[in-house]
Design a protein around this ligand. Sequence first.
Ligand SMILES: [Zn+2]
Ligand SMILES: [Zn+2]
Length: 283
Amino acid sequence: MSLPTRLPVDTLFDLFTHRLASPWWEQVKAYAPWMLLVFVLERLLRARQPDAAAVWFNLRFIGIGIAISLLQVAAGWQLAQPVVTPLAAWFAPWRAAVQQVPAWLQMLLQVAVLDFFYYWTHRAQHRFAPLWRIHELHHSDPSFNVTTTLRVHWLEDLMKLATVLIPASLLVQAPAGVPLVLGWIGAAWLFFIHANARISFGPLNRVLVSPAVHRVHHSVQPEHHDKNFAAYFSFWDVLFGTYAAPSAGQWPAVGTAGTPPATVWAAQWRPFRRAQAGERWPD
Ligand SMILES: [Zn+2]
Ligand SMILES: [Zn+2]
């Protein structure tokens, strides 16, 4: 797969989709240490007994999922070029203005802007039935652990290219040399927030997403439905009225009322079949 070496909208896009330009084993090498680190955290601070069958399902799903999603996103990126290139030029003065602020602030802005677009995309996924059918696979995991992170349908990646990565990378640009580091931290954070571990940030839960905060998003308890959409900064949830604080010392059960897919192939087709009765549906 050949991709342009210099993307018109670089940095954010580059870094969050760095995997596009690398062979799959490079990605495994990049992500595996983070997954292992979170796995160790889970062993030390286990919140709930993990469901071994669900973990095994996720591990098998991840291999196929990554392969399909890479092809999809790479194709989507090429298709988006005629729109993205002129837009990138149009937003260039805005990105140049952002680059006047200190580098650490630019990095924070990058993640905050990305998370803003992610928040609204994610909220829409819980609001509109066709989008929920795609996203439901992530929530159908009866367990909540580091392997849940990549239990995401490939159509989600394609959608986020258009609704998260491209808009965010039009607005902010990372300082030179920073993108790669930030990219790995960004990816590691997603593994971290899915940790099946007793980790909560206390009052800081309202600012930063902790594993306790994201567990609430996956919780089966009705008062937790459609809450905590952000992936990095919970202040977006606080600001837009969807924040639910995790109760101290409580690690709710997770999943949906529907039956999880039986095979990894069934998982690929899941969004296209009719909704099952009793499946949790967006309110
Ligand atoms: Zn969700
Ligand atoms: Zn999740």
